[in-house]
Design a protein around this ligand. Sequence first.
Ligand code: SAH
Length: 403
Amino acid sequence: MNKTINLQIKPNFIEQYKKGYPLITPEYIFDLEDIDDGTIVNLVDNKKRFISKGYLGRQNKGYGWVLSLKDEQIDTDFFKIKIKEALDYRDDFFKSSDTTAFRVFNSQGDGIGGLTIDYFSESNNQAGCYMITWYSNGIYKFKKQIVDALEAQVNYKAIYQKKRFDTKGQYIDDKDDFVSGERVDFPIQIKENGVHFAIYLDDGPMTGIFLDQKVVRKTIMTKYSKGKTILNTFSYTGAFSVYAALGGALKTTSVDLANRSFEKTAEQFKINNIDPSTQDIIVEDVFHYFKYAVKKNMLFDMVVVDPPSFARSKKNTFSVSKDYTKLLKEIIQITKKGGMIVASTNYANLNMKRFRDFIDKAFKESNSKYIIEDVYALPKDFKVSKSFLESDYLKVIFIKKIK
Ligand code: SAH
């Protein structure tokens, strides 16, 4: 067992850590620089009194995470308790017959920053697959204890992992993401709100679905799609389009730059018994597509826009914080009067107020008017810690264009 190191909290921030602030960062804590990833540290005040305990693991965000306000041992039993609490909190998900994929452990929201665990199963009546994502080399040092703690408490077919611990949070390709259990033939078919998705846990960073949009997707399917034409921009595997088609859309159009998106989107339609040739799946830069749609006087009843926070294509770079207003102005032009724009962002550094300002500016500059119909944040399985609201990253606004 490595010995625990004491680190002093800067005076102005002691109260915050006493209340459970979880991020270990050099802005708030002295002498962090030379300590190895994976070291357990006690955060103390200026009189060396214990405040909280954590581990070091450098991520794109911060230097590590607080694990406990008690001076306790960080071992397999510690991880077992955290995982047990997280599993209990998702009990209704495990009992659901129409949703068989969801997040079972959401980093600091469940008490361990830098670690997420997602669950994917063909049916909740049988053992499923767990996917652990490690966000730093520091948390990965506890792999044995964490995997043991998970295996002891769940009925699993297999455990897979993703390492995302270079400094930009990029996926590290180990060629083999299998951890334990029996190897699975992917894709497996999961259900979310009764909709099927093909999932791959052994094929690079992407699994085929972002689990945090389940409530938004269901809303689109049940409330807004019937008889409508829908444009899904930055469509990835077309999840929003599949829901819309199942909700009775006249037609969906999915636009994504990545070549793989064509085949992936067609696959998701097919496993839901929708003939992909009845839908438009377009591999193109969305900004090119907007020009084309304007030239052809195309107008959609609904446009979904859920871009990555940053993206670089051959000609453009896109960033949510600089370009969202411009993006919305393009979309306003091709949305029918009375139509809906579903504007989404997962960019944590953009708060709801600034996001609303972007929307307001886009409509003003387009000489158009809107009302906000619905607002969504993360679903229940993506638990957020009250001491760290920065992690409440998802913002989705249903905007009705009225002029
Ligand atoms: N909305 C999707 C997730 C989007 S992930 C969903 O709900 O599943 C981001 C996607 O944006 C990626 O698939 C990427 O290929 C695509 N992308 C990035 N820049 C783009 C651009 N300029 N034009 C079109 N697609 C782009």
